[in-house]
Design a binder for this molecule. Structure first.
Ligand code: C5P
Length: 220
């Protein structure tokens, strides 16, 4: 079974995808982590982020592993655990350089399909999972929420990680990322026509999960 969950930053995709995967006893795939780990490696190596060919070459040769863990996935870059480092604000802000060029996306879409083939049955989350990467999915979900609520959630996550977070600043970052995600030529954030739309504004995690489980049952 393949279930795709797409949506903008802070819509609750990660929590929902992890929870749904656990409830169904299938794997979880976080495709944002593939963009983030390439961004981190590029920053660490001091690559010119405007050089898409250099980024594609980096992505192609990168030794990355995704290891299932109780809290989701651990990400290993050349054997080093970078699961926390890829969530840093500088990585988040610069991820659009990796997410925008078609040649870099092609490498990562390939990687995501290989990971999916290894997993067999999984819930995957991202921006283009239902539209581009796994169009054959059994169920496609599009999660959305008010920008203000998305900013509050992201700020709470950052505070929990011990990072400084001002909600207005986080909201501005989210709106910038929305525009970049929705506006790019290749693999833009979009709502597949055959997706079930769930608006998580004002919904608890349990309410969101209940809506997703109902969508799975309706497809069964
Ligand atoms: O979901 P997350 O915030 O971890 O994603 C990090 C960045 O990777 C996003 O800002 C987005 O630009 C990009 N991304 C993407 N396609 C995906 C998943 C993430 O372009 N399938």
């Amino acid at each position: 079974m393949i279930i795709t969950i797409d949506g903008p930053a802070g819509s609750g995709k990660s929590t929902a995808a992890r929870g749904l995967a656990r409830a169904l006893g299938i794997a979880y795939l976080d495709t944002g982590a593939t963009y983030r780990v390439v961004t981190l490696a590029a920053l660490e190596r001091g690559l010119d982020l405007a050089d898409a060919d250099a980024l594609a070459q980096l992505a192609r040769g990168l030794d990355v592993q995704f290891v299932p863990a109780p809290e989701g996935l651990r990400v290993l870059l050349e054997g080093r655990d970078v699961s926390d480092a890829i969530r840093r604000r500088d990585v988040t802000e610069n991820s659009r350089y990796v997410a925008s060029p078609a040649n870099v996306r092609a490498v990562l879409v390939d990687l995501q399909r290989r990971l999916g083939a290894e997993l067999g049955s999984f819930v995957t989350e991202g921006r283009d999972q239902g539209s581009v990467v796994f169009p054959q999915a059994d169920l496609k979900v599009y999660l959305d929420a008010d920008p203000a609520q998305r900013a509050l959630r992201r700020a709470a996550e950052m505070t929990a990680r011990g990072e400084a977070a001002d909600v207005q600043g986080v909201l501005a970052d989210i709106l910038k990322r929305d525009a970049s995600d929705a506006g790019r030529q290749t693999g833009p954030l979009c709502r597949p026509a055959d997706a079930v739309v769930v608006d998580t504004t004002g919904k608890s995690i349990d309410e969101t999960l209940a809506a997703l489980r109902a969508a799975v049952e309706a497809r069964a």
